[in-house]
Design a protein around this ligand. Structure first.
Ligand SMILES: Nc1ncnc2c1ncn2[C@@H]1O[C@H](COP(=O)(O)OP(=O)(O)OP(=O)(O)O)[C@@H](O)[C@H]1O
Ligand SMILES: [Mg+2]
Length: 273
């Protein structure tokens, strides 16, 4: 193939002196050099590229798995919680129907009313989890405050929130930052053993900065890219199209600080690129 003159690219494992194998791409090209035919060969280490491709494939699979788990959870909630509540209400109603003059009927109706209120709450909550309407109606700051409160109620971890008015943001960017926030809080609940979390959303200069700081056990940052966990990798992937980044600072035993920084200039151009 070399002699045929066509440009060729082959991928091989290169074995280094210490026995380590490195995937390489070998390019060859026929050229003229000092009036002579010559072959230009060059070799490129592609281990990083392959690693990135593997990570992207894992992310894709994980995203599918996460979606599927979400669907299962929602279907369970709709079936168990809503189904059960509505059945109970129907039973209350038919009881009252057949005891229309019974003195217990008003109580039974009150109970049914209570259940209806609870059910309305549940429907609201499920709808919010699917797409926090607050993001569209009141913006990122309100959605972050709302989610922080939900989180505090659910986990018992105190959350202090300091958010100013968020600048008017692109809808997709708001969604991205909100999903990142959800992942960071989920990590606090799952890993940090924290008792307090400080959240702030500010817009210094031309940046949007979301900080989530917990007082938990912190982490060894050299393990972040270990295979298996994709939450933080996923957060970083989400921020790339916006030119944003995630900075982590921690010492074991000393809590974790996560800063999400997204430049606000040229938002749209960044995405198109
Ligand atoms: N707030 C935190 N405090 C302490 N350790 C943390 C915190 N956040 C993350 N970690 C550590 O970093 C690791 C990587 O987090 P990451 O979100 O990427 O994965 P994960 O939460 O384990 O799994 P998932 O892929 O479901 O998110 C965690 O396994 C945990 O050990
Ligand atoms: Mg996680």
């Amino acid at each position: 193939r070399l002699l045929s003159g066509e440009e060729t690219v082959v991928t091989r494992d290169l074995v280094l002196r210490d026995g380590e194998r490195r995937p390489v791409e070998i390019h060859s090209n026929n050229i003229r050099l000092d009036e002579e035919n010559a072959v230009l060969l060059y070799m490129r280490d592609i281990s990083e590229r392959l690693e990135t491709e593997r990570t992207l494939r894992r992310l894709g699979r994980r995203q599918e798995a996460v979606l599927e788990r979400e669907r299962e959870r929602i279907s369970r909630e709709v079936h168990d919680v809503l189904g059960q509540a509505l059945t109970a209400i129907r039973m209350d109603v038919s009881w009252v129907r057949s005891h229309i003059d019974d003195e217990r009927s008003p109580d039974r109706l009150d109970e049914a009313g209570e259940r209806i209120n609870e059910t309305i709450e549940t429907v609201r909550r499920i709808a919010h989890e699917l797409r926090p309407g607050m993001l569209d109606d009141f913006g990122l700051s309100a959605a972050i405050e709302w989610h922080a409160n939900q989180f505090a109620n659910r986990t018992g971890i105190a959350v202090r929130v300091a958010v100013g008015d968020s600048p008017s943001l692109d809808r997709d960017l708001s969604t991205t930052v909100f999903r990142v926030f959800q992942e960071l809080l989920t990590n606090v609940a799952r890993h940090a053993e924290a008792s307090e979390v400080d959240v702030s959303l500010t817009a210094p200069g031309d940046n949007l900065v979301l900080s989530v700081r917990d007082d938990g056990r912190g982490m060894d940052l050299s393990n972040v890219t270990d295979s298996g966990s994709l939450g933080i990798t996923g957060v970083r992937e989400r921020l790339i199209p916006w030119g944003g980044r995630l900075d982590l600072a921690s010492q074991p035993g000393d809590g974790l600080r996560a800063d999400v920084i997204v430049p606000l200039t040229n938002q749209h151009e960044e995405v198109e690129q």
